[in-house]
Design a protein around this ligand. Structure first.
Ligand code: PLP
Length: 488
């Protein structure tokens, strides 16, 4: 099929971005249907009177974002359901309205490619975000604890426990939250969930009927976007900058539900300033809105004093806190939790009973003992040292190799962002090229992140460093250097 594109050589927008935007538009409009081929890059370049490399760059970006896929040497073919065709995007505006409920089989999965059961090949050196160190799991203590529990208390395996979660675990979580995050909740404000994702779902379902519109950071965590985008409510993606979510751009209508990651914005790594945290709480009060605070990786802070969570500042009124042990202990445990203001407790417990009637006893009991006996604190202290050394190694290697590279978001958590200098290929291009060389690095619109504005400037490259050794990190940065050497 011949594509009619109109390029403007005088525009400030680069030609490759114009090609990308217009072809993407043609796919979203349905003129180019699933399975149809894009014109070969040489032909397209000739017709448009531009260089073939410009077309190739635009095509690579379309492939990186999942609009098209290469089939060997046959060329590039349109994918069945492009990633954001499920949204009617009001271009130039902020508000998105969901279309029909998305076919989620077309969405990327939250587990990384090549994880056990995740499918696909995994890059040899993968900076996928938020993976805990596989050899850092406290296996010996865990095995001993589980064996002890199994010989002492097997009755719990044949019985139901409280749908809100094992009371000992809820007490242990509330103690940890008070000490580490300044969040003062009792065990009867906590629901144990299947990881953080389930906590987000629980809170969302709890508040759905109180909600008129959804607000979410942009870019944001893919898992949160999946929940929000399937809700059939108006979505306001709110931009983030170096201080976190732009509170001045929040809508003033009443009855919002906001998803936010103030302690380490996912994926940019920004830490929300106290002024903005207080602005957020004021906004929630004034607009009768609620906030889901996703505090997924706050157990790891390397520089500066610990920050009080938003839920700690709020005093249990409007902030629902979602936590997870996926980063601090291991994602395979699938244990997370939500805290709810006291007035929502009964409803939340009932909802959890309706959804799954509680969590498996053994993992909860083992985790409660692990925390109570002081192993969790020791484990965190050790991991913080390991991850800090990896963070330092990555920052040092990037700065040394790429002449003072600008790194942001590395003060805490398990990932950081390299802000690419002017003249470098885009983050998506680097992602595609690096992947061919066995390295997984991720643009803001890929991996476990979601970008409501994929046409935005694409110069942020995300590195999750927690599961790679320092030697692997050094090797990966050297390979990136070799790859970029002739290009910049
Ligand atoms: C920002 C963010 N929130 C929540 C989660 C959910 O974690 P879980 O694996 O416990 O479902 C993750 C996991 O990577 C995450 O990155």
């Amino acid at each position: 099929m011949e594509l009619t594109l109109t390029l403007d050589a005088k525009s400030a927008k680069p030609l490759q971005a114009q090609v990308f935007d217009q072809v993407r538009e043609i796919i979203l409009d349905g003129q180019l249907k699933a399975g149809m081929a894009l014109p070969p890059s040489r032909l397209m370049a000739e017709r448009l009177g531009i260089s073939r490399n410009t077309v190739i760059t635009a095509y690579e970006r379309l492939a990186a974002e999942g609009y098209v896929r290469a089939r060997g040497t046959a060329g590039l073919f349109v994918e069945p359901i492009p990633p954001d065709s499920l949204l009617l995007i009001q271009r130039g505006g902020q508000t998105l309205t969901n279309g029909p409920v998305p076919d989620e089989s077309s969405e990327p999965l939250l587990c990384f490619a090549g994880s056990p059961g995740g499918g696909g090949d995994r890059p040899e050196l993968d900076f996928w975000v938020g993976r805990s160190d596989p050899v850092g799991f406290p296996l010996r203590i865990w095995r001993r604890t589980v064996n002890r529990l199994l010989s002492d208390e097997t009755a719990y395996l044949t019985d139901y426990c409280d749908p809100a979660g094992l009371p000992e675990l809820r007490v242990a979580i509330s103690t940890h939250l008070r000490r580490a995050r300044g969040v003062s909740v009792t065990e009867d404000q906590i629901i144990v969930t299947t990881g953080g994702q389930d906590a987000l779902n629980l809170v969302f379902n709890l508040l759905k009927s109180h909600t008129r519109q959804l607000c979410i950071e942009n870019p944001c965590y893919l898992g949160a976007s999946l929940i929000f985008r399937s809700a059939g409510l108006t979505i306001h993606p709110v931009p983030v900058d170096g201080e976190g979510l732009r509170t001045d751009l929040l809508p003033r209508e009443r009855g919002s539900l906001l998803y936010v990651t103030p302690s380490h914005q996912f994926p940019t790594g920004a830490i929300m300033t106290l002024t903005r945290r207080l602005d957020l709480l004021r906004w929630a009060e004034e607009t009768d809105s609620f906030i889901i605070e996703d505090d997924y990786d706050s157990d790891f802070r390397y520089d500066g004093p610990p920050l009080t969570a938003l839920a700690g500042l709020d005093g249990g009124r409007r902030v629902f806190y979602a936590g997870t042990f996926s980063k601090s202990v291991g994602a395979g445990l699938r244990i997370g939790f939500a805290t709810v203001p006291r007035m929502f407790w009964g409803e939340a417990r009932m909802l959890k009973a309706r959804m799954s009637n509680g969590q498996a006893w053994l993992e909860q009991a083992a985790l409660a003992a692990f925390i109570d006996e002081g192993h969790f604190d020791r484990h965190l202290r050790r991991l913080r040292q390991v991850y800090k050394a990896r963070r330092d190694c990555l920052v040092e290697a990037l700065k040394r190799t790429f002449d003072g590279a600008v790194i942001i978001g590395g003060e805490s958590g398990l990932h950081l962002v390299w802000q690419l200098p002017v003249g470098f290929p885009s983050a998506r291009q680097i992602q595609v090229m690096a992947r061919e060389r066995g390295i997984g690095v991720y643009a803001l619109s890929s991996g476990a992140a979601y970008d409501f504005d994929p046409g935005a400037e694409d110069n942020m490259l995300v590195f999750g460093y927690s599961s790679l050794t320092e030697t692997q990190i050094g090797d990966a940065v050297e390979r990136l250097r070799l790859m970029l050497d002739g290009l910049v």
